[in-house]
Design a binder for this molecule. Structure first.
Ligand code: GLU
Length: 608
């Protein structure tokens, strides 16, 4: 994710400031660097820096940026760590074409190699930089004009992109193209905008044109022209008027970032699956060859490592433990050269985890990590990194990064299963088929469970304490569900292994006490029925997250939340957690709490 903005204005004053004003409105999308390109005296002028807008604004000398058109970018690194060189805009060899990009170009390696062999010089590690060079190459080699060269480039790109291009060769217009990454136009008599999202221009205009995939736009003072860049057909699309308030617009129409991020999971999980990472195989092999494996994490990420622990034990047949990073000292005496530590983190900056891996490295361990933020501290201390590609998460309570972390654990687990032979060819292929379907299963789960969880929430909101019970791999789903309820709805919630609940916790059960069961139809199903009966007999009000059509448990529990069929044996820890996220969210809303900013919590804990 990142923010992109392009402006074509009638006068040439304050273009730098105008771009920055718009970029600020997209700050919620998260970013690590900022950059602008304008055209001044027939030259492309690029100004870019690593850091937040407020930190770099003085260095960028915005007041010196003149011109009638400009493009601006806030980067969320995917290819190459945050740095001035990797910041956008990127330019061609002659510095005539500047490009900003949101997304990931999947075939960038092969395209870049070809361009390098043709003599193009690259300044950055990004996938984006190949775009201006490819446009330049097509103009030189095929004698194309700028517009045709951009269209041909867009056709050659695989992956996701929203790109804006400006060039000193045609200084009165911005060209844009998109596939899968967002891009909208804002129409105003004095200033035309293209941007990743409506808030970028909402204070100037409410007239919006939404762009569709495979569309190409020419934006100038005189208006905009849209064509489909595959069949070259003209698209007639009139602006519509948005009625959102700016704050609502930043959340894509959702009342809170947390709900937006819950709904983003089908696409964030699909991104992870789509991007093939060479580190995956190396990580799986190293874990398989290691003597000892410790997974390290804090908070929600720790629960994802419990999935990892379970799968490594199962498929590598190896002693493996998921350790809470702040409790690392207890395993430090076991660390040596034959140990792998695998930190999992959203921010890559969690201090407890960093301290643990620093010590483990000193003792000779190899560090293999799964991290969302590229270039973060943990990635720099790692021998191999698997990126989560979940995009920035604004809500303090983790949702889409938890499911991405958990998916990465399944990814590693399945590869180990293949290497060890624990998963035969057919089993492996079947598991991968289910793995690839996860985004759509999560989508169906959200659609089916949202209204119901909202209803249950109106009852849950009156409670002060609850249990979440699971067995096997779904004990961590229970733990994550309980943590969400605690974090944002401030209801004491305790997760317990269902079988263990009779050894103590059951003493708390009284009439109408909430107990949530995570109960897919796996080998734990029969024993789960026993646990439900024990709780019901003592007056508990039961909620079951169960497989669709599971009559046995469906008839026992007061509320049944159904997960699509076929997800009871594999990868359950992802779809089964989704209704628990929604339940916590709606309970917080029913209590008039702010789910995005729970008290006393912060997004990334950088203190010990
Ligand atoms: N893939 C590009 C990069 O790493 C764009 C990232 C973004 O969307 O901000 O620079």
């Amino acid at each position: 994710m990142c923010g992109i903005v392009g402006i074509v204005q009638r006068d040439s004053t304050k273009i730098g400031k105008n771009i920055i004003d718009s970029l600020r409105k997209l700050e919620y999308r998260g970013y690590d660097s900022v950059g602008i390109a304008t055209i001044d005296n027939d030259q492309v002028v690029v100004s870019k820096e690593q850091g937040k807008i407020t930190e770099v604004i003085d260095k960028m000398q915005l007041d010196d940026l003149h011109g009638k058109i400009a493009i601006g970018h806030t980067r969320w690194a995917t290819h190459g760590p945050p740095s001035k060189e990797n910041s956008h805009p990127h330019t061609d060899c002659k510095n005539e074409i500047a490009v900003i990009h949101n997304g990931i170009i999947e075939n960038f390696q092969s395209l870049k190699e070809e361009l390098v062999s043709q003599g193009h010089e690259f300044q950055s590690e990004t996938d984006t930089e190949l775009i201006p060079h490819l446009i330049e190459q097509l103009m030189q080699e095929k004698q194309m004009n700028l517009k045709d060269a951009i269209i041909h480039t867009a056709r050659k790109l695989e992956g996701t992109f929203a790109i804006c291009v400006l060039s000193s060769l045609e200084p009165d217009r911005i060209y844009c193209a998109k596939r899968d990454s967002p891009l909208v136009l804002g129409i105003n008599a004095d200033r035309m905008f293209c941007a990743s999202d409506i808030p970028a221009f909402l204070s100037h205009t409410q007239q919006v044109v939404l762009l569709h995939d495979e569309e190409f736009v020419t934006l100038s003072h005189d208006g905009y022209e849209i064509i489909n860049f595959r069949d070259m057909k003209k698209v007639n699309r009139k602006p519509y008027i948005v009625s959102w308030k700016p704050e609502m617009a930043q959340k894509g129409g959702f009342p809170h970032f947390m709900l937006k991020e819950i709904h983003e999971q089908p696409s964030s999980l699909a991104d992870y699956i789509r991007i093939k990472q060479p580190s995956l195989n190396k990580i799986a092999e190293k874990i398989y060859d290691a003597k000892k494996v410790f997974l390290l994490a804090a908070g929600t990420a720790h629960y994802s490592t419990l999935t990892g622990e379970n799968l490594i034990r199962k498929y590598a047949k190896k002693a493996c433990s998921a350790i809470i990073a702040s409790e690392y000292d207890s395993v430090s005496p076991l660390i040596d050269e034959e140990t792998i530590v695998l930190p999992v983190s959203q921010s890559g900056e969690t201090m407890d985890t960093i301290m643990a891996i620093k010590d483990a490295k000193k003792l000779g361990a190899k560090v293999l990590s799964a991290v969302n933020v590229i270039g973060s501290s943990i990635t720099r201390h790692s021998d191999e990194v698997l990126y989560l590609y979940a995009g920035p998460e604004i809500g303090v309570a983790a949702t889409k990064t938890y499911t991405a972390q958990t998916l990465s654990m399944w990814d590693i687990g399945l590869e180990i299963g293949k290497i060890s032979g624990e998963l035969g060819n057919n089993e492996y292929n079947e598991a991968r088929r289910l793995f690839n379907e996860i985004p759509s299963v999560v989508k169906q789960t959200i659609v089916r469970s949202e209204a119901l969880t909202n209803r249950i929430a109106s009852w849950f909101a009156k409670k002060s304490s609850s249990f979440y019970l699971g067995r096997g791999v779904n004990l961590q789903t229970a733990k994550e569900g309980a943590l969400k309820m605690k974090e944002i709805a401030y209801i004491h919630s305790e997760a317990y292994p269902a079988g263990e609940s009779k050894h103590g916790p059951i003493a708390l059960i009284e009439e109408d006490y909430p107990v949530v069961f995570i109960a897919p139809e796996d080998q734990t199903h029969k024993r789960m029925i026993g646990s439900i009966m024990e709780m019901k007999t003592r007056g508990a009000t039961t909620i079951g997250v169960i497989e669709e059509g599971d009559k046995e448990i469906g008839e026992l529990v007061k509320w049944k939340i159904e997960i699509p069929k076929g997800y009871s044996e594999m990868i359950t820890t992802i779809p089964y957690v989704v209704p628990l996220q929604l339940l916590a969210y709606y309970t917080a809303v029913r209590k008039n709490l702010s789910p995005d900013m729970p008290r006393n919590l912060s997004k990334s804990v950088t203190v010990l």
